[in-house]
Design a protein around this ligand. Structure first.
Ligand code: NAP
Length: 310
């Protein structure tokens, strides 16, 4: 079975390799999925570069990838919500960069028929973050006005749409080149951070500020925008100096955030949510390397998806 693995930490061209793996056995709680598409996340790039090695040490060869979509080919006898032949969305702790994966049944849901393979694969991690942050980390305390920084990104754009579904007033920032994409998601006000100072324009207006920029680059402006005593949530590390009184959260996965619940919610909202796909690349090692190299920079908005011919 073909998979794309890291042989070490380092530059994409040097450390990403193709390997041939033995299929894993499926026990009674697991499911085998033949993957049709998988997504590349900024997190994968950080893992490859070794930026997370203190908190997450990898054992090589290591197959990256948390997000995928595919067809069920084998089902453990305790798994009752899917059967062989079903099209599913998959969340894995590593391993989706390949032809198949074996995952616990509770980490997959049926893919809505109207959802494309690329959108299904691309949604997973960004949606889980958006859903759990809003629903569980903050809940009612989120308030009425929410600022989304990095609103053009996968997480940011899903946050905007989920918050608008809940009737919130959403302020947003992103690069000027992404203004039309973000505006049509329904934001109430938009500032292009590369043209104007969002921190000044929206100063003290948001009950909650969510910094969903890559690497967390918008902390300074975000703290200006948060009302005193409001919430500031970083998808990455929090700003070192917290200049205003408020509740500061660094969002990350938690045991009590259930994939099955979040992915089921995704399937219910599927016809309302948009996800921008920047590129769909063929299922080759060269594609994986190309995607990693692009994500190291500041590419056009949208997910990069690797997809098999189907
Ligand atoms: N903690 C968690 O559980 C979790 C889960 C998912 C994601 N994340 C993290 O959240 C971040 C966003 O993920 P994503 O998948 O949404 O990434 P993405 O789709 O690549 O989006 C990146 C966002 O960052 C913005 N950005 C990039 N460079 C910027 C700069 N120099 N200044 C200001 N904004 C900039 C982009 O806006 P423009 O292009 O418009 O500038 C875009 O909105 C990543 O760092 C990711 O690792 C964390």
């Amino acid at each position: 079975m073909k998979r794309f693995a890291l042989k070490d930490y380092g530059p994409a061209k040097e450390v990403l390799i193709e390997i041939d793996s033995e299929p894993r056995l499926v026990d009674e709680t697991h499911v085998r999925v033949e993957l049709v598409a998988f997504a590349i996340n900024p997190y994968d790039v950080a893992l490859r570069q070794g930026a997370m090695r203190d908190v997450r040490t990898l054992k090589f060869p290591y197959v990256l990838g948390n997000d995928g979509a595919g067809i069920v080919t084998e089902v453990g006898k305790k798994v009752t919500h899917v059967k062989s032949g079903d099209e599913v969305i998959v969340h894995a702790i590593g391993g989706t960069y390949g032809e198949e994966i074996v995952v616990p049944g509770k980490k997959i849901v049926k893919k809505p028929a109207m959802m494309s393979w690329e959108v299904a694969a691309g949604m997973v991690t960004p949606w889980l973050a958006a859903y759990h942050l809003v629903t569980h980390l903050l809940g009612e305390s989120i308030g009425e006005t929410v600022m989304v920084q990095g609103a053009s990104g996968a997480v940011g754009s899903l946050l905007v749409q989920f918050l608008k579904e809940q009737g919130k007033t959403v302020l947003a920032s992103a690069a000027k080149r992404n203004e039309s994409w973000v505006s049509q998601l329904g934001v109430d006000q938009f500032v292009a951070y590369d043209e104007a100072d969002a921190g000044k324009i929206f100063a003290d207006q948001a009950d909650t500020v969510i910094d969903a920029t890559k690497g967390g680059r918008a902390g300074e402006a975000g703290m200006q925008i948060m009302k005193t005593g409001g919430n500031f949530v970083a998808l990455n590390e929090l700003p070192k100096e917290q200049k205003k009184t408020g509740n500061y959260f660094s969002f990350g996965p938690a045991k009590e955030y259930l994939d099955f619940e979040a992915l089921t919610a995704l399937t219910k909202l599927a016809d309302k949510l948009q996800l921008k796909i920047a590129e769909v690349l063929p299922f080759t090692l060269a594609s994986v390397i190309e995607a990693h190299e692009k994500l190291e920079g500041h590419p056009a908005a949208g997910k990069i998806i690797i997809k098999k011919e189907k």
